[in-house]
Design a protein around this ligand. Sequence first.
Ligand SMILES: [Zn+2]
Length: 129
Amino acid sequence: MPTFSKTSMARLQTCHPDIVAVCRELIKQYDFAVLCGHRGKAEQNQAYERGASRLKYPQSAHNKTPSHAVDMAPYPLDWDNLMRFREMWYRFDALAKLMRERGEIESKFEWGGEWNTLKDFPHIEIKEE
Ligand SMILES: [Zn+2]
């Protein structure tokens, strides 16, 4: 059974409890790394400068405390294989639906890979309603 590295776990713990709950279930059946949880001001503006984010601080869901977004990637990492990112999202979303039905979490999520502007394949965030 896959488990989180210490780095992934530390990043995950900066995220909203619903993100943590889904990821902790997902890792039992699917190996992935957590790339980023919360981003502070300097980190967010650096991400903006290098084109990794469309948003300046504090507009990103990553800037909330705890973070309402998580960046994650299938393990082992292969940035060119976008199908694996899609599969990871499908698994995440299916699990989240199940956990919502069971009353374990409340949040709904959206995937950056489905955005029309800058697609962000590792990015999953809480849908704000
Ligand atoms: Zn992100």
